[in-house]
Design a protein around this ligand. Structure first.
Ligand SMILES: Nc1ccn([C@@H]2O[C@H](COP(=O)(O)O)[C@@H](O)[C@H]2O)c(=O)n1
Ligand SMILES: O=P(O)(O)OC[C@H](O)CO
Length: 326
């Protein structure tokens, strides 16, 4: 038997119920290497090689049931006349994976193409342009994919009510002319930046319904969103605008065990006040040539184990069983 940090003992070599591949923030562009606003190197051409190696490893690995892309497949600096081809190129790389791939949108996807064009290309099941959905790979588990740019100043037509709602919020919350600039904003208020967004009211209701249903079927839930939900796992500047409202919904139910996100390229891990794990994935874009950031997750009844490659840290996420009826 094998011990772990929180004292729970598990049997080594126990086969997972199923496994899936993960990668985030590929942000491919056929342009020279650059840096983030804060000076972190970004390798725009190399990132697609990271994705290629991820797919090749996933295909040669033990059986993976599916893969999840946590968003931002093409960078905002991609020349606009190349956006369509670049998105298609990255999607095609994902399609070399032998199983289904579940995509979600990130801000950089939306800098390149409007939702209307993007969602069909990424084969995101969408209703009225909304990009949230759920799926259940086995009866015991439910995956919920949130649309963190539901209320957003990017991606919707300029006169769309969701754009207007986002612009109003940014106007109220962010005093700077450049709404991506957090200067002078204090604490968690620093999340009110244009490159973030919110989950709208309808989506919150949908989420509540899905979690009710999952609870009724005694399913465990993994929540996926490009934008991080827990301040403990990410920079304040990277959080979903209404992370607190979403967390309130998640915390009404014991079925939510793990939330996974991207966007905050350095990555992170926390366990919140209700024992829910939050894992923010390290970005493929920031891997210096020859290095990688992707992984696969083994799913068990009582934990998720992320096996990371190179810059993606491995993480054992053992569930808090308090309140579980099983
Ligand atoms: N501290 C910061 C961070 C960012 N910005 C603005 O956001 C844009 C995107 O940032 P990246 O991290 O993706 O490079 C950047 O061009 C800045 O306009 C900022 O003002 N202050
Ligand atoms: O989406 P990006 O690449 O502009 O980066 C977002 C920041 O990492 C959030 O802190």
């Amino acid at each position: 038997m094998m011990g772990s940090a929180n004292g729970i003992v598990t049997a080594p070599g126990k086969p997972p119920l199923f496994s899936f591949g993960i990668i985030s923030d590929v942000q491919y562009a056929d342009i020279a290497d650059g840096r983030s606003f804060l000076g972190v190197p970004r390798y725009y051409r190399h990132s697609i090689l990271v994705l290629q190696r991820a797919v090749s490893k996933w295909n040669n690995q033990q059986q993976l049931s599916f893969a999840i892309n946590f968003g931002d497949i093409v960078d905002g600096f991609c020349p606009k006349e190349q956006s369509l081809k670049a998105v298609q190129k990255v999607v095609e790389e994902f399609e070399n994976f032998s199983g289904p791939v579940y995509h979600m949108i990130g801000n950089h996807c939306l800098y390149n193409l409007p939702r209307k064009k993007l969602l069909p290309l990424m084969k995101i099941p969408a209703l009225d342009g909304h990009a949230y959905y759920d799926f259940s790979p086995i009866p015991e588990y439910r995956f919920v994919v949130l649309d963190g740019y539901d209320i957003s100043a990017i991606g919707w037509p300029q006169d769309h009510p969701n754009t207007l709602e986002a612009l109003k919020l940014l106007q109220e919350k962010n005093p700077n002319l450049d709404k991506n600039n957090p200067e002078g904003m204090l604490g968690l208020e620093r999340r009110f930046l244009m490159f973030n967004g919110a989950v709208g009211k309808e989506q919150l209701q949908w989420l509540d319904g899905v979690l009710q249903d999952a609870s009724a079927y005694k399913q465990k839930v993994v929540v996926c969103c490009h934008l991080p939900l827990d301040p403990g796992a990410a920079s304040k500047e990277a959080l979903l605008w209404n992370y607190d409202e979403v967390m309130d919904v998640l915390h009404r139910y014991n079925c939510v065990k793990v939330c996974i996100g991207g966007h905050d390229h350095k990555g992170g891990h926390s366990i919140d006040s209700h024992g829910v794990h939050h894992r923010v994935l390290e970005a493929a874009l920031e891997c210096p040539p020859g290095s990688d950031a992707f992984g696969y997750v083994d799913v068990y009844h009582e934990r998720l184990y992320l096996s990371g490659t190179d810059r993606m840290a491995s993480t054992d996420m053992i569930f808090n069983s308090l309140g579980d009826s099983e």
